[in-house]
Design a protein around this ligand. Structure first.
Ligand SMILES: Nc1ncnc2c1ncn2[C@@H]1O[C@H](COP(=O)(O)OP(=O)(O)OP(=O)(O)O)[C@@H](O)[C@H]1O
Ligand SMILES: [Mg+2]
Length: 316
């Protein structure tokens, strides 16, 4: 048995703002070197969770430990262990790239004897060597993002929290950023990341899905699909198409129906329908189904289904 403490263990984590519960008894743990995705719609409690786990916000209930250190009893002790790139990067626009890195090295207490070597490593890792004297104000979104990452890791943290680090960044810059993340993970840094991009969620080792303050599911992307979708996302060629979508939206056992180009995309919430049965059922409603094709399900389908179940649960 491995007796090493885990990078992150969270138990019953809860935050209430007055009567409103922003994070509701969330429990999970993160493995060493894992890229752990923390996903969920706007307002589902992701940033609030991270702020608690970084010791910036006091929880209402629950416990958390980082590499064996109790986050809420010893918030000062976790600071050297973690890096945090917040949703609104906190860079100083009036400083240059190098000055921002030097500033954060000071904040995180990097020893002066190590500072230059560490900053050089980061400039190299982030590809910022040519831009050391650029004013931060003049950097484009992708470069700002890499500098913000550099500032968050200047003290070589073991656990890195990244809150929507790629929002508003172009696809090429996002790829470069993910290469950096993998590189850090392969060298042993554990990554805790939030994102609204489903392609990025697919890149995570495991994904947690938050919905209205609660943790709805946690698993690898492949297992989430096989567990919740049973492979069942269908594209229907049918006539009339808009009525097909409307009808399916009201049908039992259908989590969501939407228009995908010239098809109706259907996410099933049960195994009650076979393609033949659904074709007959729709025929009874005056709809002609020309074909039903099983399509490769995506994490977006899984989350749509989970959100649907979350809503049903609340209504019940
Ligand atoms: N200080 C606060 N006081 C009151 N309510 C708050 C406070 N901070 C957050 N909330 C509320 O808690 C809920 C969760 O917010 P949070 O920022 O954690 O969501 P999120 O999942 O990070 O969303 P997004 O994807 O938009 O970043 C929201 O309804 C938000 O309005
Ligand atoms: Mg947020």
């Amino acid at each position: 048995m491995n007796s090493q403490p885990l990078p992150l263990e969270v138990n019953g984590l809860t935050k209430k703002f007055g009567d409103f519960t922003a994070v509701d008894h969330v429990t999970f743990s993160v493995q060493p070197g894992e890229v752990f995705g923390y996903l969920g719609p706007n307002g589902s409690g992701k940033t609030t969770s991270i702020r608690m786990l970084c010791g910036l916000l006091t929880p209402t209930e629950g416990t958390a430990s980082i590499l064996g250190v109790d986050v809420f009893k010893n918030p000062e002790q976790i600071k050297p262990l973690i890096g945090y790139m917040s949703q609104k990067f906190s860079l100083y626009d009036d400083l240059t790239v190098l000055e921002n890195l030097q500033f954060y090295a000071g904040v995180y207490g990097v020893p002066e004897s190590e500072e230059k070597k560490r900053i050089d490593e980061i400039l190299h890792l982030a590809g910022l060597e040519e831009r050391t004297s650029s004013p931060t104000l003049e950097l484009s979104g992708g470069w700002r993002q890499r500098l913000a990452l550099g500032c968050a890791i200047v003290h070589s943290p073991k656990l890195l929290f990244l809150d929507e680090p790629t929002s508003g960044v172009d696809p090429v810059a996002r790829r470069v950023f993910w290469d950096l993340i993998y590189e850090m993970a392969s060298k042993g840094t554990t990554i805790f990341i939030t994102t609204h991009y489903m392609d990025e969620a697919e890149h995570c080792n495991r994904v947690a899905f938050m919905y209205r303050s609660k943790l709805m599911a946690l698993d690898t992307p492949a297992s989430l699909k096989s567990t919740y979708l049973h492979g069942a996302a269908w594209d229907l060629a049918a006539n009339p198409l808009l009525e097909t979508v409307d009808e399916l939206t009201k049908t039992d056992g259908v989590a969501q129906a939407s228009l995908h180009g010239d098809r109706a995309h259907v996410i099933l919430d049960s195994t009650q329908w076979s393609p033949d049965q659904l074709t007959k059922y729709l025929a009874g409603k005056g709809i002609t189904v020309n074909s039903i094709e099983t399509v490769q399900s995506t994490l977006e389908d899984v989350f749509t289904l989970l959100a649907h179940r979350g809503k049903i649960g609340e209504a019940a």
